[in-house]
Design a protein around this ligand. Structure first.
Ligand SMILES: [Mg+2]
Length: 180
């Protein structure tokens, strides 16, 4: 079984923040099933995510309610290739406080280490993943939906993935928060 790490990507609140946080975010109108959605995307995020994945020998995967639409509408605007999609909208039964995507993610990862960028992660999600027998090491990177993905989030992910590659136990063992 492959142990290549995964980097899970949300769209709304992560790549598409609620407000325009930088001048690099450009507005796009995306029409799906006759409805038009206004999205704010920073084209630099594509190359940065590709560099993160390449440096860590990790695979980028969509974990968003956009599902396949992310490949049609988001990926090309960021310079990303089509990515695997975790189907997150099917009903997996009653939840116990975790986000509806979390059970789908737990099934998908199948023991592979993963970093998850999302704006909806809370303690019940962490607990669910910790308790799930099919889930290995992971890092949840909670993103503020007002500002979306930042270089700081990417750096946290890179540190964690690099620490794993060096055989260190976890991000805590690898390096405490560096002093400013
Ligand atoms: Mg979101």
């Amino acid at each position: 079984m492959t142990k290549r790490p995964l980097v899970l990507l949300d769209v709304d609140g992560v790549l598409n923040p609620a407000r325009r946080p930088t001048m690099r975010h450009r507005r796009h109108d995306v029409t799906l099933d006759g409805r038009t959605y206004r999205v704010l995307l920073n084209a630099r995020h594509g190359p940065k995510l590709l560099a993160l994945a390449a440096g860590a020998e990790a695979d980028l995967v969509w974990a968003t309610t956009w599902e396949e639409h992310a490949n049609a509408e988001i990926a090309p605007r960021l310079g990303l290739p089509p990515l695997p999609v975790i189907h997150v909208t099917g009903d997996l039964g009653t939840r116990t406080g975790e986000h509806f995507k979390t059970r789908h993610v737990a099934e998908y990862v199948a023991g592979r280490p993963f970093v998850w960028f999302d704006d909806s992660l809370r303690p019940p999600d962490w607990q669910y993943l910790m308790d799930h027998p099919g889930v290995g090491e992971f890092l949840l990177v909670e993103v503020d939906p007002q500002t979306g993905l930042t270089d700081g989030h990417l750096a946290r992910a890179r540190e964690w993935l690099t620490g794993r590659a060096l055989g260190l136990d976890d991000a805590g063992a690898a390096s405490p928060e560096p002093a400013p």
